[in-house]
Design a protein around this ligand. Structure first.
Ligand SMILES: *Cc1c(COP(=O)(O)O)cnc(C)c1O
Length: 402
C-alpha cells in the first residue's frame, strides 16, 4: 500500500476501495419486491386505464387506512400536493406563509406557485425543524399560514407550533413530504392542522417508480377541493363522492393526477413499509454506535425527547461535521455516495430574492446548510457497508487531525 500524505489526500490506491456504497439505488430498492410489483404492473397494463383509475382509488384507501387520515388524495408529486393543499386550505393571492429557511426548495416554491408569499423563519438547531419562537418573531398581520416541515427523522414541535398558530390566527399546513410513518400524539404527520402532504419520490421512505405524492387531511372540504384541483378543477357532484367527475369546471385547476402504475407500485411498497422502517431504524442505530466519538464529528442525529408523543422514522441519517465538503469529497473518492440536504438556506436562494433576508438572518438554518451531510441509508444497505462508511469517516478524521 502506498503511504498517503496530507497533500495526496483523496488520491486512493484502488486496493483501498473495498466496497462501493451508492447513496441510494433506485433499481436495488425494487429488487426484493419485484415479482410482486411486476404482477401489479401487468394487471394495470392489461386493464388499460393508466391514469386516475382503480389502482389509484385502491391506493388512496390503503394510505388512508395506514395513516388514519379521513382522506388521502393521490397526486403526481409532493410538490403539487403542497400547491393544491395551500389553495384548498384557502390561500389567497399575497397571503403570507411562514416557512423554515432550512428545507427543500419546494416548501417555499409551492407557496409562490399557489399565489402566496413565503416568509422565512429559523429552525430549532436540535430537531432542524421550524422554531416556534422564530415563527412568532417573523409573522406579520398579513401572515395566514404556517408550514412546519418534518425533516430527516422527526417531527417539528407540533404542540408549541399549534400554540403560536392559535395565538396569531394562523392555519397550519404541514410539509410532511418526508414524514411517512411519523406520528405526534397518535396522529400521523400531516393531520395535526388543516392537512399535510407525502412525497413518493423514489428515494423517499415510501418510494414509487417515478414521481408521486398525496395530500392527507381530515377535512372533507379540503379533500374535495384538492381532488378537483388535481383534475382541472372539476368538482364531483357531491361531497364525499369526489371521484365522480363533473362536466362543470368551477375553478381553474391543473393536471396533477397520479398514474395507476405508481399507485400499483405504492400499494405493494406500502405493504413492506413497516419492515422497511424497522430496517432503517436498525441501520441508523448501527451508524450511531460506530460513529459515536469519532474525531471531526460535531453531532449525530439527536431525537428530541418528547415522551411518548412521537416516534422517529429514519428517512435520512444526517451528521454534522466541521469540514463537510472535504469529507464528502474524501468519501466520494472511496466509492461512497453522500448528499447535502440542503446546501443553501431558502432565504438565500435566487428564486426567493424578493422574499429573502440578508445572510445572518437565520443563523441555525445557515449553520445546518454548511455543516450537515447525509450518509447512505435505505433498507437494502448492509452492515458491511455501514462499517465501510464509518471506517472511511474515521480515516478522514485521523488524516485531518494528523
Ligand atoms: C421531497 C420533498 C418535497 C417534494 O416532493 P416531490 O415529490 O419531490 O415533489 C417537498 N418537501 C420536502 C421537505 C421534501 O423532502
Amino acid at each position: 500500500m502506498q503511504p498517503t500524505s496530507p497533500t495526496e489526500r483523496g488520491r486512493v490506491d484502488p486496493s483501498e476501495q473495498s466496497l462501493s456504497v451508492p447513496f441510494f439505488s433506485q433499481a436495488a430498492s425494487f429488487e426484493r419486491s419485484w415479482p410482486e410489483v411486476e404482477r401489479h404492473l401487468t394487471e394495470v397494463a392489461r386493464r388499460g386505464k393508466y391514469s386516475h383509475g382503480r389502482k389509484v382509488a385502491e391506493f388512496e384507501e390503503a394510505l388512508a387506512a395506514y395513516t388514519g387520515a379521513r382522506h388521502a388524495v393521490a397526486v403526481n408529486s409532493g410538490t403539487d400536493a403542497l400547491v393544491l393543499l395551500l389553495r384548498a386550505a384557502g390561500l389567497k393571492p399575497g397571503d403570507e406563509v411562514v416557512v423554515p429557511a432550512f428545507s427543500f426548495v419546494a416548501s417555499a416554491s409551492s407557496v409562490v406557485l399557489a399565489g402566496g408569499r413565503p416568509v422565512f423563519a429559523d429552525i430549532d438547531p436540535v430537531s432542524y425543524a421550524l422554531d416556534p419562537e422564530s415563527v412568532a418573531a417573523v409573522a406579520t398581520p398579513r401572515t395566514r399560514f404556517v408550514m412546519p416541515v418534518h425533516l430527516f427523522c422527526q417531527m417539528a414541535d407540533m404542540d408549541a407550533l399549534a400554540e403560536v398558530a392559535a395565538s396569531r390566527g394562523l392555519t397550519v399546513v404541514e410539509d410532511s413530504a418526508e414524514a411517512v410513518g411519523m406520528r405526534w400524539s397518535g396522529k400521523h404527520a400531516g393531520l395535526l392542522g388543516a392537512g399535510g402532504v407525502l412525497s413518493f419520490f423514489p428515494a423517499k421512505t415510501l418510494g414509487a417508480l417515478g414521481d408521486a405524492g398525496a395530500v392527507l387531511t381530515d377535512d372533507d372540504r379540503i379533500a374535495e377541493t384538492v381532488a378537483a384541483l388535481r383534475h382541472h378543477g372539476r368538482f364531483g357532484p357531491t361531497l364525499g363522492d369526489f371521484r365522480r367527475i363533473s362536466t362543470q369546471t368551477a375553478v381553474s385547476g391543473q393536471n396533477s393526477k397520479m398514474d395507476d402504475i405508481q399507485a400499483a407500485v405504492l400499494l405493494v411498497k406500502l405493504g413492506h413499509l413497516a419492515a422497511d422502517i424497522a430496517r432503517r431504524a436498525e441501520l441508523a442505530a448501527a451508524y450511531t454506535e460506530r460513529l459515536a466519538q469519532l474525531p471531526g464529528i460535531r453531532r449525530l442525529p439527536t431525537i428530541v425527547p418528547r415522551g411518548a408523543a412521537t416516534n422517529p422514522v429514519y428517512y435520512v441519517y444526517l451528521i454534522e461535521v466541521r469540514h463537510r465538503d472535504a469529507l464528502a469529497e474524501f468519501m466520494a473518492r472511496r466509492g461512497i455516495g453522500t448528499e447535502t440536504y440542503y446546501p443553501l438556506p431558502l432565504h438565500r436562494q435566487p428564486c426567493f430574492a424578493e422574499y429573502g433576508c440578508p445572510e445572518g438572518a437565520f443563523p441555525y438554518a445557515e449553520a445546518a446548510c454548511r455543516h450537515t451531510l447525509a450518509l447512505p441509508l435505505h433498507p437494502d444497505l448492509t452492515l458491511e457497508q455501514v462499517d465501510y462508511v464509518c471506517q472511511t469517516i474515521r480515516a478522514f478524521g485521523e488524516e485531518e487531525a494528523a
